[in-house]
Ligand binder design. Structure first.
Ligand SMILES: [Zn+2]
Length: 107
C-alpha cells in the first residue's frame, strides 16, 4: 500500500501537464472556476460559455436565462417588455443567421 501511494504522490507532484496561466488573476484567493469567469469577463466573453458577451458579462442565451431565473427567484410579477435582452431576442428571431454567434449558438 505504501509503495502504491508513493507512486501516486510522485505522479501528482510531477511537472507534467498544462502550464500555469500567469496573469492578474493567478494569485487571487478564489477558485479556478472563478478565475476562468474573471478571465472571460476581462476579454468580453460570456462568463458561462465563453461566447461573445452582450450585456452584464453574458451572451444572449445566458442573458435570457439569467433574466428568467432572477425573475422567478425574486418573485417578480411584471416583466419589462422593452428590456435589452428582449430587444436582442427580437433581432435574432428576425435574422437568426446574422446573429448566430451573438446568440451563443454558432452554427
Ligand atoms: Zn453564454
Amino acid at each position: 500500500m505504501n509503495a502504491k501511494h508513493a507512486i501516486q504522490l510522485k505522479e501528482t507532484t510531477s511537472r507534467r501537464g498544462r502550464p500555469e496561466i500567469v496573469d492578474e488573476f493567478t494569485h487571487l484567493p478564489v477558485s479556478r472556476q472563478r478565475k476562468w469567469q474573471l478571465r472571460q469577463m476581462a476579454k468580453g466573453a460570456c462568463r458561462i460559455c465563453g461566447h461573445p458577451a452582450i450585456s452584464g458579462g453574458y451572451c444572449l442565451t445566458h442573458l435570457v436565462h439569467e433574466r428568467e431565473y432572477s425573475a422567478e427567484r425574486f418573485g417578480c410579477k411584471r416583466a419589462n417588455l422593452n428590456c435589452k435582452s428582449r430587444q436582442m431576442e427580437k433581432l435574432v428571431e428576425a435574422n437568426p443567421l446574422q446573429w448566430a454567434t451573438m446568440a451563443g449558438n454558432p452554427t
